[in-house]
Design a protein around this ligand. Structure first.
Ligand code: SF4
Length: 215
C-alpha cells in the first residue's frame, strides 16, 4: 500500500471521528468526580482497573476525604486500605499521598492547569495529566491509553506503540476541538467493537477506512 500523505490521514481521521461520534453520542469521561482534585485521584485509581470499580470506591472515599489536606494527613497504609479493591493499592496510595503533599506544598492545594506542572506531581504521567486538563479544565489534550494505542495503529493513523509519539502525531492530524473527545470515542469503540485480540470487524463502522480490518 502506498504511503498515505499527512493530509490524506487528516481527512481519514476526521471521517473516523465523525462516524464514532454518530456511533457513541454519549461518549464522555466515565469517572465520577466533583472537582479537578477528585478527577486526579480517580484517574490514578483507574490504572489497571475499570472505571466502574473506581466509581464504586470514590463516592465514599471523597465523602470522608474531600481534598488534598485530608489525604496528606493519612499514612500510605491508611490510604491503601481505603482503595484496596482498585488493585496495586500500595503504589496508588503512595502516589495519592505524594501528589496531595506536592499540591499543598507547591500549589496551595489547587490542581495546576498545565501539562508540565501536572506531570511534575508524584504518580501523574501524561495520560493522567491529559485526562485532567481535558475533562476538568476544558483544556484540549489527547489521552493515549491501550485502546487509543491499539485502534490508531490498526487504523494505520500511527505506526508506533510509544504513547508520547502517538499523542504528538495525532495532534498534527486532528482538529484541536476533538482532542479530548477522541480518547472517549476510541475507548467506547475498543470496549464495544474493536476489542483487543477479537475485533468485530464485520460490525465495525470503520471497516472501509481501516487497513487492519479482518474480512
Ligand atoms: S475494522 Fe476491525 S480492526 Fe479496524 S477499527 Fe474496526 S474492529 Fe478495529
Amino acid at each position: 500500500m502506498a504511503r498515505e500523505s499527512k493530509s490524506a490521514r487528516r481527512t481519514r481521521l476526521a471521517e473516523v471521528l465523525k462516524r464514532l461520534k454518530d456511533a457513541y453520542p454519549a461518549a464522555s469521561c466515565s469517572l465520577r468526580y466533583g472537582n479537578p482534585f477528585q478527577l486526579l485521584v480517580s484517574t490514578i485509581l483507574s490504572a489497571q482497573c475499570t472505571d466502574e470499580r473506581v466509581n464504586k470506591v470514590t463516592p465514599g472515599l471523597f465523602l470522608r476525604y474531600p481534598g488534598p489536606e485530608d489525604f496528606a494527613r493519612l499514612t500510605v497504609e491508611e490510604i491503601g486500605k481505603e482503595i484496596y479493591s482498585t488493585g496495586f493499592y500500595n503504589n496508588k496510595a503512595r502516589s495519592i499521598r505524594g501528589m496531595s503533599l506536592a499540591l499543598l506544598e507547591r500549589y496551595g492545594g489547587e490542581v495546576p492547569r498545565t501539562l508540565e506542572e501536572l506531570v511534575s506531581l508524584p504518580g501523574v504521567g501524561r495520560k493522567t495529566a491529559n485526562v485532567v486538563l481535558g475533562n476538568a479544565f476544558g483544556i484540549p489534550g489527547i489521552t493515549v491509553d491501550t485502546h487509543v494505542t491499539r485502534i490508531t495503529n490498526l487504523l494505520g493513523l500511527v505506526k508506533t506503540k510509544d504513547a508520547v509519539k502517538i499523542e504528538k502525531e495525532l495532534m498534527e492530524i486532528m482538529d484541536r476541538e476533538d482532542w479530548t473527545l477522541s480518547a472517549h470515542l476510541f475507548i467506547e469503540h475498543g470496549r464495544a467493537v474493536c476489542i483487543a485480540r477479537r475485533p468485530r470487524c464485520s460490525e465495525c463502522v470503520l471497516a472501509d477506512l481501516c487497513p487492519g480490518a479482518i474480512p
